[in-house]
Design a protein around this ligand. Structure first.
Ligand code: G3P
Length: 219
């Protein structure tokens, strides 16, 4: 399983990229709005930091397929080497995914909450599907089951190349479960990446090594 960072904060993206563990970034309208910066400029800057797929979503107000296609082409044109066009799961969204994929533009179908939605997106030609785990957990439905079912379903058919990005990941346990459930990628907020780094015994072990070393060898 690979890691993407789920944020539009360029400082966090730089820090995570420097750790050497992320191979892409996902954004959404809420994440970019939170940064209070220009939408396209933010995406463009992210492509200069991470050399991998960067998901940029069509405007949250766009509903018609033809508008999503036009916006998708604009997003892709920001950096054709890296940009992936994120499109919400609607009938119009599927039409846009189909059209963009026929033009060779990679897409990420977002807001996936059922296996049937994932299958539709895959058949429309989506490069990625993004099942949202945390938001399902929030409504007392086991989000991880969705990832496992999509994995099993896609594996039944050799012609589905759509990759599963586990999204709405809220904690390190989610991450491990994503890997066990066969997600291709987990997109994680920076906070979760930091939580994954730490364990009290690791931190106290580092402190103990330091004290023992300094006692004998000095600073
Ligand atoms: O990128 C979409 C997704 O990861 C959002 O997560 O925590 O807002 O449900 P969350």
């Amino acid at each position: 399983m690979r890691f993407f960072l789920d944020t539009a904060n360029v400082d966090e993206i730089r820090k995570a990229n420097d750790m050497g563990v992320i191979s892409g970034v996902t954004t959404n309208p809420s994440l970019i709005a939170k940064e209070g910066r220009d939408y396209a400029q933010t995406l463009k800057e992210i492509t200069t930091i991470v050399d991998g797929p960067i998901s940029g979503e069509v405007k949250a107000t766009t509903e018609k397929a033809e508008d999503m296609i036009r916006e998708g082409e604009e997003i892709y044109a920001l950096d054709p080497q890296h940009m992936v066009v994120k499109i919400p799961m609607t009938a119009e969204g599927l039409k846009a995914i189909k059209a963009l994929s026929e033009k060779g533009i990679p897409t990420n179908c977002t807001l996936i909450f059922t296996p049937a939605q994932a299958l539709l997106a895959a058949r429309a030609g989506a490069t990625y599907v993004s099942p949202f785990l945390g938001r399902l957990d929030d409504i007392s439905t086991v989000g991880m089951d969705l990832v496992a079912t999509i994995r099993e379903m896609f594996d039944n058919y050799g012609d589905i190349e759509t990759q599963i990005i586990a999204a709405s990941v809220r904690n390190p346990l989610h991450v491990v479960d994503c890997a066990l459930s066969g997600a291709d990628i987990a997109t994680v907020p920076y906070k979760v990446l930091e939580q994954m780094l730490h364990h009290p015994l690791t931190d106290s072990g580092i402190e103990k090594f330091k004290q023992d070393y300094v006692k004998v060898f000095g600073e």
